[in-house]
Design a protein around this ligand. Structure first.
Ligand code: SDX
Length: 379
């Protein structure tokens, strides 16, 4: 039934518009709280792994031990990349943006899924496990090839986070490092109707396939106003170079009317609730890896930007020194965000598919009207 309601107000960027219901996540902008399926992120941190949280997001309850074991077995089974996909990866320009390579490779791996076009709950949950597992392997392989090394095959006897660090660095991480990355994955797993998730839902809303929704979401997350802010924040810390240069950098950014990467949020009216956990991890790892200078600069910047413009940090700000302390190349930061968010995207694709209505908003037309066509030689 076509809408007969005339749009009375345009909300640019859909700011403040409630575009649908979800039972997956609540982003409470006023209280600055983040809730996954009824659990406050502050209560989940330190108690559950990314494997448990990805199950929670997809199945709507924390897993029993047997369910976690089955789910973990599924993720492990899907870790390896098909040889055909790996050979495509090796044929691509290896120094391309890792998000562009990931966008391409998810499309390629979709072609090797016999159920690519199926939209049943079972097939989409299997695709979720396959995509969550393989994205980590693909991202590590992308980085290894960019550094001139051969990709390292996944193992089956470690956690998702530990396995990623092993495939990236070629040696097993410390417990502290694996726990830090696992916590990063938990914190960035899901965030309501953010731009990339809403993109995935819009594609799912047309009854298109799971992989098309994921590829579209990757394209959205790639932008510097969204997932690429962490990489930009790290580049900022490197540009500043030392804590005593923070104030002059902040003043110059303000004078140039530029944005502070890792600051501000469309929904949170205060500090992003994920920020304090990422800050603590970045501080601890910074000391352990003697990379504490980046944390010191970041902390000084957080104070200076808040003082100068009242801006609060978002999830990307302390993700930067944390990922840097884990030895993850800066150009890989957005792809790390994609690794984590695969769980949230998958859950929203399932939810949209289960209770779908085509997403098609109205636009207020502001262009010319009643023009008459004239022959080309008279234009
Ligand atoms: C993520 O939506 C999600 O949930 C996303 C996310 C998730 O988990 O999925 O949380 C992840 O994307 C976090 C955001 C990462 N992006 C950045 O860090 C890029 C820098 N931040 C901004 O560009 C901005 O804060 C946004 C895009 C995040 C939000 O912007 P809004 O809501 O559109 O706000 P706005 O651009 O209208 O800014 C309002 C005012 C403006 O001042 P005036 O021009 O009106 O005087 O605040 C200023 C802006 O200039 N402002 C900033 C700023 N953010 C807002 N000024 C300088 N630096 C900033 N970062």
């Amino acid at each position: 039934m076509a809408s007969t309601i005339e749009p009375i107000e345009v909300r640019k960027g859909l700011e403040g518009v409630i575009a649908g219901d979800t039972a997956i996540c609540h982003v409470d902008g006023e209280r600055c709280q983040l809730i996954y399926r009824g659990y406050n992120i502050d209560d989940l941190i330190g108690k559950v792994s990314y494997e448990e949280v990805s199950y929670l997001l997809l199945y709507a309850s924390l897993p029993k031990r047997s369910q976690l074991s089955d789910w973990t077995d599924q993720l492990v089974m899907h870790r390896a990349i098909e040889p055909e996909v790996l050979s495509v990866l090796k044929s691509l320009p290896v120094h391309s943006d890792p998000m562009a390579l990931l966008r391409t490779l998810i499309s390629v791996m979709a072609l090797y899924d016999p159920e690519e076009e199926s939209n049943t709950v079972e097939s989409n949950r299997r695709k979720a496990a396959r995509t969550i597992a393989k994205t980590a392997t693909l991202v590590a392989a992308i980085s290894r090839l960019a550094q001139g090394h051969e990709p390292i095959s996944p193992r089956a006897d470690n956690s998702h986070a530990a396995n990623f660090l092993l495939m990236l660095h070629g040696e097993p991480p410390s417990q502290e490092q694996a726990r830090a990355l696992d916590t990063y994955f938990v914190l960035l797993a899901e965030h309501g109707f953010n731009a990339s998730t809403f993109t995935a839902r819009t594609v799912s809303g047309t009854q298109s396939d799971f992989y098309s929704s994921i590829v579209a979401a990757i394209g959205s997350l790639k932008g510097p106003l969204h997932g690429a802010a962490g990489r930009k924040a790290m580049e900022t810390l490197i540009e500043i170079g030392s804590p005593d240069q923070v104030e002059s950098f902040v003043q110059k950014t303000l004078a140039d009317h530029k944005r502070f990467m890792g600051f501000g949020h469309r929904v949170y009216k205060g500090d992003d609730p994920r920020g304090k956990h990422l800050k603590a991890l970045a501080k601890g790892l910074g000391i352990e890896t003697e990379q504490g200078r980046w944390f010191t600069i970041a902390e000084r910047m957080q104070e200076a930007v808040f003082k100068a413009k009242g801006l609060h940090i978002n999830v990307d700000f302390y993700s930067a020194p944390l990922l840097q302390a884990l030895g993850i190349p800066t150009e890989l930061f957005t792809a790390m965000f994609a690794c984590a968010r695969m769980a949230g995207w998958s859950a929203h694709i399932l939810e949209q598919t289960l209770d779908n209505r085509l997403i098609r908003p109205l636009a207020r037309y502001v262009g010319p009207r009643e023009l008459r066509v004239v022959p080309i030689d008279q234009r």
